[in-house]
Design a protein around this ligand. Structure first.
Ligand SMILES: CC(C)(COP(=O)(O)OP(=O)(O)OC[C@H]1O[C@@H](n2cnc3c(N)ncnc32)[C@H](O)[C@@H]1OP(=O)(O)O)[C@@H](O)C(=O)NCCC(=O)NCCS
Length: 175
């Protein structure tokens, strides 16, 4: 098992952060479906993945990690998957840009897990993604917590823009 971090949250919960594995399929399925049911600030708004669709996603992710196009970390607390973050390289004229995703389970937010994950995923991305020049993070305009986080987490040179249709804002950082 490739552990990227082991430590405690602000309230003293033991967490482990590591790369995803094929054996994480069921936990990843529960995680994304719970997040979707919550209808929080993510693309999923109640839709459910299935074992088959999640298996395809996971296989694709493992391939992309092998070929250096993706870094993807999971956070576990007492064996439960409670957080995930990834940076996935885009293509064509955007092949220098990595798209970042991050989410923490509802009952584990505000304990510093997001901050830990963000630092780890950025380090991993810089190490493993050879074309990476910029990380992009899409944040819904009304997601004030995530917008605060991007500032606190030290994203520099942010460009905010709002798209009419989705009402989203993206922040970008160069390093
Ligand atoms: C955004 C998210 C990943 C942050 O993860 P987290 O583990 O809660 O983050 P942290 O505990 O490290 O908190 C980081 C900062 O967030 C802010 N924050 C966290 N919870 C907050 C709350 N309930 N109210 C206000 N601010 C809050 C604080 O500014 C905090 O900074 P601090 O440590 O100086 O107090 C998490 O809230 C989440 O998954 N939300 C739902 C999905 C989502 O919004 N994903 C992000 C898409 S861009």
């Amino acid at each position: 098992m490739n552990i990227a971090y082991q430590g405690k949250t602000k309230t003293g919960k033991e967490i482990i952060v590591r790369y995803l594995e094929m054996a994480d399929l069921e936990k990843m399925l529960d995680f994304i479906n719970d997040l979707s049911d919550e209808k929080t600030f993510v693309r999923y708004q109640g839709e459910h993945e299935t074992v088959d669709s999640e298996k395809k996603y996971l296989e694709g992710r493992l391939e992309a990690i092998k070929s250096g196009e993706t870094v993807h970390l999971l956070v576990f607390c007492d064996g439960k998957l409670v957080g995930a973050s990834d940076v996935h390289m885009m293509d064509k004229t955007e092949k220098h840009i990595g798209m970042l995703g991050i989410s923490v389970s509802k009952n584990f937010r505000g304990e510093g897990i997001g901050k830990i994950l963000m630092n780890l995923i950025e380090e991993e991305a810089k190490k493993k993604l050879s074309n990476l020049k910029m990380i992009t993070l899409g944040v819904y305009f009304t997601n004030t917590i995530a917008r605060d986080c991007t500032k606190k987490w030290g994203l520099q040179s942010m460009e905010y823009y709002q798209t009419e249709s989705a009402g989203t804002v993206s922040s970008r950082t160069r390093f």
